[in-house]
Design a protein around this ligand. Structure first.
Ligand SMILES: *[C@@H]1O[C@H](CO)[C@@H](O)[C@H](O)[C@H]1NC(C)=O
Ligand SMILES: *[C@@H]1O[C@H](CO)[C@@H](O)[C@H](O)[C@H]1NC(C)=O
Ligand SMILES: *[C@@H]1O[C@H](CO)[C@@H](O)[C@H](O)[C@H]1NC(C)=O
Ligand SMILES: *[C@@H]1O[C@H](CO)[C@@H](O)[C@H](O)[C@H]1NC(C)=O
Length: 404
């Protein structure tokens, strides 16, 4: 009995670790109640009394209607997530319809909590996504693009910056599934340049087993999710050990900060365990520029100096609201949380150097430095796409791309 329960618990834990996005549901369904006047807040939404649930709670009508694309970017996303369809609560999935005017753009954005799989039903789309910052400093954020015709399907991996551009003379329509009841959207241009309050211009201008120790796979011919495990018999305490985070990183670079990571690439024992660590050094007035971790929430503690830190929420459901900026001045001993997938930064506002450590909820959190991914990808994102996304003239975009 006790062993059975333990086994059940281990299996439940292992299966929950297998999902990187929404938590697994804990019952058949949990239809969301209308919480517009809620005084209690939970992860997701509070469940309606299961006795009161009807088929209509799992039903939505209206995705046959085209969205109104009369707006500066010429596209419109019509979402069907837990806010429109209460039955999606806790189920880890949602849907959108996207309409594109001729040459309309769904501008560069990320879904902090979801992978997206898109099918074109009408028109011709040029689509792409940019990988997160490569481990090798000499490599670039890589752009993967494709021209899609009706019936074509494309996947945008979780948390990565992606876009769709209608390259045809006629309108286009696509549908997409997303792996979260509430995927969130961060439109890069809005979050970086249109937050409320604005990000300081100073910031913007600096532009199943106990373990599975990773084998060194630098010559691997087989690739798995994460890394292949070393024979458990060969594992020693040193596989769980790393030395060197006492050394300051070299901050002699244009932004004046240096992140020293200790993730599965430096510490093989972290493989499959869902956590990693970094040390961050900041020169006086050094900046850790706006970036996201596609696979991790970050909790940071300041050990020296004074940091101005912040993060920006994803696009609000209400189009009259703005991406909200949350900021704080941190002194030694202060702790701050940057929620998974959201754009955040730290700026040393003191005359002396600063040091922080941070835990991240992934063995390999990934980093997308917004400026590098958007303006410095290889090959570059078409300036037509960026001109429309940022609503500035082509020279401004060419200038920004020239910085990388
Ligand atoms: C929730 O209730 C409020 C009023 O209490 C109403 O305005 C709103 O439309 C409702 N939302 C949904 C999704 O039914
Ligand atoms: C579409 O949006 C534009 C701009 O907001 C508005 O002027 C127009 O009336 C809308 N068209 C329809 C059919 O709702
Ligand atoms: C992995 O092996 C390669 C050579 O095969 C070596 O250059 C590299 O440093 C090793 N990586 C680690 C983390 O031990
Ligand atoms: C720090 O980096 C700069 C620029 O790359 C380099 O010139 C300098 O020698 C480095 N300092 C140390 C102590 O490694």
């Amino acid at each position: 009995m006790a062993i059975g329960f333990l086994l059940f618990t281990i299996l439940a834990l292992a299966s929950s670790l297998a999902y990187a996005s929404d938590p697994s549901p804990l019952q058949d369904f949990c239809v969301a109640v209308n919480d517009s006047k809620a005084t209690v807040f939970v992860n997701g939404k509070i469940c309606k009394d299961p006795k009161m649930v009807t088929a209509d709670d799992f039903f939505f009508s209206g995705l046959n209607k085209a969205g109104n694309t009369s707006n500066p970017v010429g596209s419109k996303v019509t979402p069907v997530n837990v806010n429109q369809l209460a039955g999606l609560n806790t189920l880890g999935i949602s849907l959108v319809r996207i309409d594109y005017a001729p040459y309309g753009l769904n501008p560069p954005h990320t879904h902090p909590r979801a992978t997206e799989v898109l099918v074109v039903v009408q028109g011709t789309l040029y689509v792409g996504f940019v990988t997160s910052n490569p481990a090798n400093q000499n490599m670039k954020n890589k752009l993967f693009t494709k021209i899609l015709y009706p019936g074509d399907v494309f996947v945008f991996p979780e948390g990565l910056i992606h876009f769709q551009f209608n390259v045809g003379k006629t309108k286009a329509v696509a549908f997409a599934g997303l792996s979260s009841q509430n995927p969130g959207v961060i439109t890069i241009a809005n979050a970086v340049f249109g937050s409320n309050p604005p990000i300081s211009s100073d910031v913007l201008t600096k532009a199943f087993q106990d373990f599975c120790v990773a084998v060194n796979d630098s010559k691997a011919t087989v690739f798995v999710n994460g890394k292949i495990c070393k024979d458990p018999k060969m594992v020693t305490a040193d596989d769980f050990f790393f030395s060197g985070l006492n050394k300051a990183g070299n901050t002699s670079n244009p932004v004046g900060s240096k992140v020293t990571p200790v993730n599965v690439n430096q510490l093989a024992g972290l493989n499959t365990l869902g956590i990693s660590l970094v040390r961050i050094d900041y020169a006086p007035y050094g900046l850790n520029p706006p970036h996201t971790h596609p696979r991790a929430t970050e909790v940071l503690v300041v050990v020296q100096g004074t940091l101005y830190v912040g993060f920006v929420t994803s696009n609000p459901a209400n189009p009259n609201m703005k991406n909200k900026l949350f900021t704080k001045i941190l002194y030694p001993g202060d702790v701050f949380v940057f929620p998974e997938g959201l754009i955040h930064f730290q700026f040393n506002v003191g005359k002396t150097k600063a040091v922080a450590f941070a835990g991240l909820s992934s063995q390999n959190p990934g980093v997308i430095t917004i400026a590098n991914a958007v303006f410095g990808s290889n090959p570059p994102i078409s300036s037509d796409v960026l001109t429309k996304a940022f609503q500035v003239n082509k020279n401004v975009i060419k200038h920004l791309q020239g910085q990388f």
